[in-house]
Every structure is written in structure tokens, then in C-alpha cells.
Design a protein around this ligand. Structure first.
Ligand SMILES: Cc1cc2nc3c(=O)[nH]c(=O)nc-3n(C[C@H](O)[C@H](O)[C@H](O)COP(=O)(O)OP(=O)(O)OC[C@H]3O[C@@H](n4cnc5c(N)ncnc54)[C@H](O)[C@@H]3O)c2cc1C
Length: 373
């Protein structure tokens, strides 16, 4: 495995850092919803540089750079706490490039690449999270398209986004994943209601009610009942930019700064705990690079990405917990940085697939365990 980036890749990192220095105080990684106008302006700036289309083929307006460039970009953005990587430039764009019609690509890709058009992910439902194939939101065929009815929940940032990347049932309930299709649905369309779902940290989650929403046929992406394979491909394309280690490096640095400000960084007990955490942070870095390596070598990165998610999110919790343990009562004051980090790390082991489900992926792929006796 290669632990180093090329000189050219490192030059790109320096360029990204220079760009991000203008967004040092943005803090959109944790508060993207409330900072949306500023985060969107930053995405536009990235769009001007072609960075939202870094790895797309040139034929579709991309720069055709390798996976390492995307890894570096989103690692630095996470370290800067500027934003989380946008769904539109990832899953949505990659799927349109692979499976969209020419008209769909012409309509949506330029707006995504420029940072103008943004999507929320409409997969989960109240009774369909880990077991997504049991989803019930239904898209019924009409003469000129579909009528969609159902309820989605846990849609990140949906209150600020333009469109929903919607997974809906077009086949029978028994057909599970094989009876699902993907649609682009405007979040301000008639019959769509977006409601905030308050959480313990911020208000970044929403539920989306779809009440007889009319969607034209040309808003379906890929074949009818063909969503399942398409979704898997899109996910596989961007495993290297999920859960970048820069986030964890920054958590540790902030913790050190906090402890130093409290005058606790010389205490031997504190230093022993810090040493353990520094090793854990390096561990997350290795997991991140393992995912990138698998992608670059053309291997299936699913198990490496699942392991990365489990370790990354657990280390985030360990760091947040340590601040609460070591920094004294100020750390648990509502609204303090350590308290905010602690609350954030609660959900990160759930969103994007729970730790238990991720461990199941690793057990099957790397240990050959089937789960059946
Ligand atoms: C902050 C956040 C943001 C999110 N953003 C989005 C979004 O933008 N769009 C979207 O569509 N969804 C989003 N989600 C939903 C997320 O994908 C689901 O919450 C997640 O998949 C878990 O589903 P669930 O909540 O229904 O829990 P369940 O699937 O009901 O799980 C409940 C418990 O059972 C365990 N469990 C379930 N199945 C298994 C299994 N096979 N093996 C072992 N244990 C299992 C789980 O680990 C968990 O502990 C978000 C969630 C959160 C918390």
C-alpha cells in the first residue's frame, strides 16, 4: 500500500488549502443547514475551479483526475470543517453519467458542477432504514409519468436543497430491491412537504411527505425497477471520500487546544490518554488510505469502507468522550464546542449505515461469515 501522494497531488493539496483559508471560520461541516448560504457560496467557488467535477469524464465537463485528488480535496475540506461532501456532485452526478439520458445529463450536470444545484438523499423511511429493500413509498404509473405517494425520513439538509434523489417502489412489495426505481423530485413541487426533525445537536434532519406528487417519466433515472444495482454502483464509486480522516485529525487538535487552554495538558493522566488517542487517529488515517488503495487498484472497497466507517466514527466518539472526561465542567456547558462534538458523534455511528450493519459487511467479506448456522 502506498502511504504517500505524488508531488503533483501534494501541489493540489496546497492549492486546496489556499482556497479553504478563505473559509476558516465557516464551520459548515457541523452546521451546514444553518450556514447554507455561505456553504453554497463556497461550493460555487469550488465549482469555478472544476473541483465538484474532479473525477468526472471530460466529455461531461469533468477534469478526469484520479481518486487520490478527490480523497485529498474532501480530506482537506473535512479538516477545515468547511462542509461535508455534497451528494449532488457524488452519487447523483455519477449515476447520471452512467445511467442518465443525454437530456438528463444536459439538464442537471452543468448545474451540479457549478455548485448551483443540490440534492438530498431520499432513501430511508420510518420503517425502512437498514432494511431499505422494504421501503413502501410508491410510484404509480400514469399516462405521462408517475404519481408518488409515501413518507421519507432522516433527509439531511432537505429544507435547503433543491431536489430529492428519491428511491420509490414501482414493483410489488415482495420484489424488495428488485422492484424499486430512482427519481429526481423537486422539493418545492406540488404535494411535497418538507418538515424539520429536531435532533439533540442541530436541526439538520427532515422528513419529506409525498402526497400524490406528479413526476414526469423523464425524471426517472435508469430503468424502471432497476434502482438497486445502480445505487450500489454509485456507492462503490465514492467510498474513498466518505468519512475522511481530516475530520478526526482536527478533532484531536481541537481537544489538545482545549486542554491546553484549561491548563490540563501537562497532567500525566491526560497525556497518557492523549497518546492513546493519537494512535487511534493514525489508525483512522490508515483505514482511509486502505479504502483509497483498494479503489486505485480496482478492488472492491466495500469491506474496507465499512471498517473505515466503524473505526472513524468510534474514534470521533472516543475523542469527544475524552474531552468531557478530562477538561472539567466547562466542557459540558450547553453550546460549548466539546458538548457539540459529543452530540454530533452520537449519530455518526447510525447515518450512512449503522456500526452493526457495517460490522456485518466486514464479517461476511473479510471473515467469510455468512450469518447462518
Ligand atoms: C444524522 C443522520 C442522517 C441521515 N441522513 C439520511 C439521508 O440524508 N437520507 C436518507 O435516506 N437516510 C438518512 N439517514 C437514515 C439512515 O440511513 C438510517 O438511520 C440508518 O440506515 C439506520 O436505519 P434506522 O434508523 O431505520 O434503524 P434500524 O435499521 O431500525 O436499526 C435499529 C437497530 O437495529 C440494528 N440492526 C438493523 N439491522 C441489522 C442487521 N442486519 N444486523 C445487525 N444489526 C442490525 C441497527 O444497527 C440499529 O442498532 C440518516 C440518519 C441519521 C441518523
Amino acid at each position: 500500500m502506498n502511504f504517500r501522494f505524488s508531488d503533483e497531488e501534494e501541489r493540489f493539496r496546497a492549492e486546496v488549502r489556499e482556497f479553504l483559508s478563505g473559509y476558516r471560520d465557516l464551520d459548515g461541516f457541523f452546521g451546514q443547514d444553518e450556514k447554507w448560504p455561505e456553504v453554497k457560496a463556497m461550493f460555487r467557488g469550488m465549482g469555478d475551479r472544476g473541483w465538484l467535477a474532479l473525477a468526472w469524464p471530460k466529455a461531461f465537463g469533468g477534469l478526469e483526475r484520479g481518486a487520490a485528488y478527490e480523497y485529498i480535496l474532501w480530506d482537506e475540506v473535512a479538516y477545515a470543517r468547511a462542509a461535508r461532501n455534497p451528494l449532488s456532485a457524488g452519487i447523483v452526478a455519477r449515476t447520471l453519467i452512467r445511467h442518465g439520458t443525454d437530456a438528463q445529463r444536459e439538464r442537471w450536470l452543468p448545474a451540479i458542477a457549478s455548485g448551483e444545484l443540490h440534492f438530498s438523499l431520499g432513501y430511508s423511511e420510518p420503517e425502512a432504514g437498514s432494511d431499505l429493500a422494504s421501503l413502501r413509498t410508491r410510484a404509480e404509473r400514469t399516462d405521462d409519468g408517475y404519481v408518488i405517494r409515501g413518507q421519507k425520513c432522516w433527509q439531511s439538509y432537505a429544507g435547503k436543497m433543491d431536489c430529492l434523489w428519491l428511491l420509490a417502489r414501482t414493483g410489488t412489495q415482495e420484489s424488495r430491491g428488485a422492484g424499486t426505481s430512482l427519481f429526481v423530485v423537486g422539493l418545492s413541487a406540488d404535494g411535497v412537504e418538507v418538515k424539520p426533525l429536531p435532533t439533540m445537536d442541530t436541526h439538520q434532519l427532515y422528513e419529506v411527505m409525498l402526497d400524490d406528487v406528479r413526476v414526469p417519466e423523464h425524471h426517472r433515472v435508469g430503468p424502471e425497477n432497476g434502482a438497486w444495482g445502480i445505487m450500489g454502483e454509485a456507492l462503490a464509486d465514492e467510498r474513498h471520500i466518505q468519512f475522511p480522516p481530516g475530520r478526526v485529525r482536527r478533532d484531536l487538535e481541537e481537544m489538545l487546544a482545549w486542554l491546553a487552554a484549561e491548563g490540563r495538558d501537562g497532567d500525566p493522566v491526560v497525556r497518557a490518554r492523549l497518546a492513546e488517542l493519537a494512535v487511534r487517529v493514525l489508525e483512522t488515517e490508515m483505514h482511509g488510505l486502505r479504502v483509497l488503495d483498494a479503489m486505485q487498484q480496482g478492488r472492491d472497497a466495500a469491506a474496507a469502507a465499512a471498517a473505515n466507517k466503524v473505526v472513524h466514527t468510534l474514534v470521533c466518539q472516543e475523542i469527544a468522550r475524552a474531552v468531557l472526561d478530562l477538561a472539567g465542567p466547562e466542557a459540558i456547558v450547553h453550546g460549548s464546542r466539546p458538548e457539540m462534538l459529543w452530540c454530533q458523534t452520537m449519530w455518526e455511528t447510525i447515518g450512512g449505515g449503522t456500526s452493526e450493519v457495517m460490522r456485518g459487511v466486514v464479517a461476511k467479506a473479510e471473515l467469510g461469515l455468512s450469518g447462518r448456522r
